[in-house]
Each structure stands twice: as structure tokens, then as C-alpha cells.
Design a protein around this ligand. Structure first.
Ligand SMILES: C[S@@+](CC[C@H](N)C(=O)[O-])C[C@H]1O[C@@H](n2cnc3c(N)ncnc32)[C@H](O)[C@@H]1O
Length: 323
């Protein structure tokens, strides 16, 4: 099975991000090409409106553009979790986090923004309010569908949802002034190619920002990843901060700023949000309780106060520019 091959000639996709004053994309322009895997809205003109349902039907009918085994686990897990991302009280909609990120990512009118592994698009939709167009690219159709439902209900016409593998983005070079990805790198088997793809689709002078929970190098980080995988089998590994910085510069990006933020969660709702198997849930709780009582560290900084067991993530934001 091919490993995340880009299945189409990038030039074929160029019209996907045509500006509103350009003619709408017409499949018949390139009759010799195979369009089964290309998800093009009927119009991307925010003022003209996008027919989300028609676009989504195309995605549903197109099915497997991705022949990537490693992605199957993610699709399975996030199909189960999709509804919770748009549910009231979702951490992914937390304005404290979204505004923290917005403080680092400048978005100007006319910008085209890409949210990579964007899920339901909570981050892209938030940042994209001042952009011309927000494209949410994710591998899990159920996540895209949840986001599209919200956008339809809100009556927004500036967000499109595209099923795509972050390791092989179906966009031509230099299409987006702003490229972001949040809380997703730890689900990816190889972060380097993802960052190179983010750099490739970013316009010269544009920005690439990644945000993810990070962990320590060594045994503490390994223990944290082990517990995370027990909670959610699609977890691969939390990025290690210094390695992530190296990968960003290795992808040809220039690091402009960085920030960290600690985020505490009540342990039980945090566990339940990933719907782990009961025996996995119990094993994690046991490890957390032990750490909170002074036992072996889990990397999740478990603590107990007033009878409530908590864990604390460290989120790292790296904001870079494409020279
Ligand atoms: C924890 S969710 C975060 C969603 C979103 N970035 C947010 O912060 O709201 C991780 C997302 O990564 C997506 N994902 C995992 N592997 C992927 C891949 N190879 N390509 C694209 N998306 C992927 C999952 O489908 C899921 O929507």
C-alpha cells in the first residue's frame, strides 16, 4: 500500500484557492485528469457563498484518497470522538486557549488560512474571522462533518472543509498566508514531513504556527506517551520541545516567537473525553492517584486537591515565518 503518496498533480489543484475575483473553478478545464480525490466547493467566493452540502457529498462519495495505514487508527478514534469537539464545554472551543493563540498569529483581511489536522476547525474558524477564507484540512470525515454542521448553522460562508492527510497536503505550493496546526502533531507518526508540507503550502512571508502538548525527553516522556496511548490509541508521541524547534528550522522556516501555557484538567472528564476501555481507564487513574500521593511521576503532573484529581499539560506554541 502506498504511504501517503500525493495522488494528484499539484497544478491540477491550483484553482481550489483562486481568489474571489477570479473565475470559479470548472472541472472541465482539465478533462484528462482524474478528479475523484479532489474536493472542490462549487464556489469559493465568500461573497458568492459555498454550498457546503454539495461539497461534503463530494467528499463522502470520494472516500479513500488516503492509503495510509497509520492514519486508520486516527480516523477510527476521531470518528468516535467527533461530536464532543462541538459539544458545549469542549476544551477545543475554549476561548482562553484560542485567544492565547490568536495573540501570536496575525491574520489580515485577504489572508487565506489553512488549519492542518484541524478537526472540526475550532482554531481555524476562530482565527479565520478576519481572513478571506479558512480551509480546514483533516483526515477524519466525521470531524469535518461536525465542523461543517456548525458552520452551516452559523451561516458562515468563509470556511471550507477538505479531507486530507497532513503528510501530503492536496494543495499546490504557496497558497496560504497563514498556516496553523493545533493539538495534532502527537497523532502523527512523522512530524518532519508535516512541517515541510506546511512550509510548502505557505506563501513566502507567510506564517506557520504549531501548538501542541509537549513532554520531556527520557523516561518521563515515555511514561506519559504510554499512558496517553492507553487513553487514546491514536496517540503516537508528544513532541519534545527541542526536537520540534529543530524540525521547524529543518523544514526551512524561521522561528519568530514561542510561548508555553499550562492547562489543567480534572482527570476523570479528561479521561472520558477519549472514551478509553474501562480497564485502561482504571489503570490510568491508578497511576495518576499514585503520582498524586507522592509515587512515580507519570509526566502528566497528577495532583489531588479537595478530593479532585487533576493532570496538567504543557502546551508549546512555535510561531515561524517562511522567508
Ligand atoms: C486532537 S484532534 C485536534 C483537532 C484540531 N486541530 C483542534 O485543535 O481542534 C487531532 C486531529 O488530528 C487529525 N489527524 C490525525 N492524523 C492525521 C493525518 N495524518 N492527517 C490529517 N489529520 C490527522 C484527527 O482526525 C483529529 O481531527
Amino acid at each position: 500500500m502506498p504511504h501517503c503518496d500525493r495522488s494528484t498533480d499539484a497544478s491540477v489543484l491550483r484553482p481550489l484557492v483562486r481568489r474571489p475575483n477570479e473565475a470559479p473553478y470548472d472541472h472541465r478545464e482539465n478533462p484528462g485528469n482524474d478528479y475523484r480525490n479532489i474536493y472542490v466547493p462549487t464556489s469559493i467566493d465568500p461573497r458568492g457563498g459555498i454550498d457546503y452540502w454539495q461539497m461534503w457529498s463530494t467528499v463522502a462519495a470520494g472516500t479513500a484518497m488516503i492509503g495510509c495505514m497509520s492514519a486508520e487508527q486516527s480516523i477510527r478514534e476521531f470518528t468516535r470522538q467527533a461530536a464532543s469537539f462541538e459539544a458545549p464545554g469542549s476544551h477545543f472551543a475554549d476561548l482562553g486557549v484560542l485567544d492565547w493563540i490568536a495573540g501570536y498569529v496575525a491574520v489580515h483581511p485577504g489572508d487565506r488560512l489553512l488549519d492542518v489536522a484541524g478537526g472540526t476547525g475550532q482554531l481555524g474558524r476562530h482565527l479565520g474571522r478576519s481572513a478571506e477564507l479558512c480551509v480546514v484540512a483533516d483526515i477524519t470525515p466525521a470531524m469535518l462533518e461536525q465542523g461543517a454542521q456548525t458552520v452551516r448553522m452559523e451561516g458562515r460562508h468563509d470556511v471550507v472543509f477538505v479531507q486530507a492527510d497532513a503528510m501530503a497536503l492536496p494543495f499546490p505550493d504557496a497558497q496560504f498566508e497563514v498556516v496553523v496546526s493545533r493539538f495534532a502533531l502527537h497523532h502523527l507518526t512523522d512530524i518532519g514531513p508535516v512541517l515541510r508540507e506546511m512550509q510548502r503550502v505557505c506563501t513566502p512571508g507567510g506564517s506557520v504556527t504549531v501548538i501542541d502538548m509537549v513532554t520531556e525527553t527520557g523516561s518521563m516522556g515515555e511514561r506519559m506517551d504510554e499512558l496517553e496511548r492507553l487513553r487514546d490509541p491514536s496517540h503516537v508521541a508528544c513532541p519534545r520541545s527541542s526536537r520540534l524547534r529543530d524540525l521547524i528550522t529543518g523544514a526551512g522556516l524561521r522561528l519568530v516567537s514561542e510561548a508555553t501555557r499550562d492547562q489543567r484538567f480534572l482527570a476523570e472528564p479528561w479521561l472520558d473525553s477519549a472514551q478509553p476501555k474501562p480497564e485502561a481507564r482504571e489503570a490510568i487513574l491508578e497511576a495518576l492517584r499514585a503520582e498524586a500521593a507522592g509515587g512515580a511521576p507519570t509526566g502528566l503532573r497528577a495532583a489531588e486537591a479537595d478530593g479532585a484529581l487533576t493532570i496538567t499539560y504543557r502546551d508549546l506554541l512555535l510561531h515561524a515565518s517562511r522567508g
